[in-house]
Design a protein around this ligand. Structure first.
Ligand SMILES: Cc1cc2nc3c(=O)[nH]c(=O)nc-3n(C[C@H](O)[C@H](O)[C@H](O)COP(=O)(O)OP(=O)(O)OC[C@H]3O[C@@H](n4cnc5c(N)ncnc54)[C@H](O)[C@@H]3O)c2cc1C
Length: 303
């Protein structure tokens, strides 16, 4: 890949839309319209940040100084579905929910468990999005990405260190993901989508502004009565709930009463309110269980 490729147009002082709907913007934002332009961004600024759908992102009120790159141009949103082989190729900026529905319509199964997870495909593949109904790692066959040197690389699934909510693909920009799905019964898959969404509506505050789960589920170092046994990965939400965290507030932000691992924000909230609430919850759980909850939500600020 030529390192002299021109950069895309750079927008100054651009907003960074996130599901929390708080926080500052990007001093500089680029929306490359080709893989070459994306490589040029990475070469010009190896520390650039990639913005997906902003569904697991908290941007500090002061915004970010590094170049922010958004993969929302057609080349990064394209989807190609092969109904007979089950191979699906889609851009890193493709909308995950639309992709799931398209696959189900095409009679392909294996990805329905991710319904209700707002994301771009690249964001989902980077975070290893998932939950009780499966994770994206189960169906990833390979990833195409731009590395820290601005080169295009292909990474087969067996070289990706997928684990709980992580891909280990740091420093890479995921430009395309290849999935291996299984031809199956579209009607059964549609019913599965319906069931999963019905369950989520009962257990998650889907109408509120949130980022999904704020904290990673921790692994216990020792048995904790009512929570789990040593070495178990246990629900952070359950621990917050048992510690009395539901309904805890800072300013206009509150720990959800529906799911204690969700923070709900109001229009008047800012990022520092959420950051203070995150700290409050960490203190509460630490005081009760001597466990420091790590954030799952990615926090961007000035470095
Ligand atoms: C209502 C709600 C429910 C949710 N439920 C779940 C759930 O059940 N399970 C779950 O796992 N998550 C859940 N989430 C969190 C979120 O949907 C996932 O983490 C999702 O993978 C984030 O994808 P994104 O495109 O929005 O990434 P962003 O939030 O924009 O970014 C998250 C991280 O991914 C990186 N990233 C994004 N795109 C790329 C790319 N192309 N290449 C490299 N890095 C990239 C970003 O730089 C950042 O570090 C939920 C969120 C909400 C709001």
């Amino acid at each position: 890949m030529s390192k002299t490729q021109a950069l895309p147009e750079i927008e100054l002082n651009a907003p960074i839309p996130t599901w929390f709907n708080v926080g500052g913007g990007a001093d500089r934002l680029a929306r490359p319209s080709s893989i070459e332009e994306l490589c040029a961004c990475k070469v010009a600024e190896p520390d650039m940040r990639v913005l997906g759908d902003g569904a697991n992102l908290l941007v500090a009120d002061e915004g970010v100084g590094e170049l922010v790159v958004k993969l929302d141009q057609p080349v990064f949103r394209a989807v190609e579905i092969n109904e007979s082989t089950g191979v699906v190729r889609a851009g890193g900026g493709a909308d995950l929910s639309k992709l799931i529905h398209a696959c189900v319509r095409a009679g392909l199964t294996g990805i329905e468990g991710l319904i209700g997870v707002p994301a771009t495909l690249g964001g989902a593949a980077f975070m290893n999005a998932g939950g009780a109904h499966g994770q994206i790692a189960d169906v990833v066959s390979s990833i195409h990405a731009v590395n820290a040197e601005g080169e295009i690389v292909d990474i087969p699934r067996d070289q990706i260190s997928y684990a709980y909510r992580t891909s280990g693909l740091f420093d890479l920009v995921i430009s395309e993901v290849v999935l291996q799905l299984t031809p199956g019964d579209p009607e059964a898959a549609r019913l599965r989508l319906k069931d999963i969404m019905a369950q989520k509506k009962l257990t998650q505050p889907l109408a509120a502004k949130t980022c999904g789960c704020v904290f990673r589920n921790p692994v216990l170092r020792h048995d904790i009565e009512g929570v789990g046994a040593a070495h178990d990965r246990v629900s952070a939400g359950k621990m917050i709930d048992l510690a009395g965290g539901k309904g805890l507030t800072t300013g206009p932000c509150a720990v959800s009463n529906t799911h204690a691992n969700f923070i709900e924000t109001a229009d008047t909230a800012n990022a520092s309110d959420i950051l203070r609430l995150i700290q409050k919850v960490q203190d509460l759980v630490y005081d009760r269980y001597e466990i420091l909850l790590e954030t799952e939500v990615v926090v961007w600020g000035r470095t």
